[in-house]
Design a protein around this ligand. Sequence first.
Ligand code: 15L
Length: 266
Amino acid sequence: KPFKRILLTGAGGGLGSILRERAKEWADIVRLNDVKDLGPAREGEEIVIGDLGDRDKVMSMMEGVEAVLHFGGISVEDKFEPIMNANILGLHHLYEAIHKCGVKRVIYASSSHVVGYYKTTDLVDAHMPLRPDGFYGISKAFGEALSRYYYDRFGTETVCLRIGSSFPEPKNSRMMVTYLAYDDLVQLISRSLFTPRVGHTITFGTSDNATKWWDNKHAAHLGYAPQHSSSEFAGKFPDSADYPEAGDATTIYQGGPFVTAGPMYK
Ligand code: 15L
């Protein structure tokens, strides 16, 4: 296998639990981290339970690791403090440890919510200014900046995946645009791990959906070619079925319900 040991954070989460199985093809040992119980270690697994806000814990979980799949932290809008602990302080700990242990490559689960305040009529690429749609999006933007710094300063390579909506299937009409099939997510991670040079790359993670809000031209070197499309679920969400009304903020902006989700909005 290409790697001896990779670290998967957030292994108990929605995507982490998918990757727990799928990452096995990439490494002899997949070390799993989460704050919550992950059950017993299966073959080829090591388990480290602990909070990303705990610096010593993060340092110790990085020993012997060659590549990191960072899917840990808070994955939706929340109050600032929990986001600060897991996604900001936690990310700082993670990169400190990555640098100290000489990890060469990181796959960072960013989010489309770093650009959630673009309109649904915009086409966004990775060189356009960030427009986060809440504390969660801001924390993901912090991760993109922090990883950029570690590449410029130390040469640590990171691929930031601005994941759309990766679920078994789209749950509403917005997700017909943002949907990322699990198989395509796995291909995207694999391309991100095995493309010889990635430097600091930002890529949008969607399947080959009919409507596109994001242009991946700055990540063409990854050679990502999605095999799925939300059109496999065509007809499930007739025109704007789940949208409140035209002119509502969640219809105008790409972030959808996230733009009105946060404590700041209330
Ligand atoms: C995200 O960033 C979340 O992690 C995920 O749970 C989805 O809600 C997704 O965005 C989305 O926008 O659908």
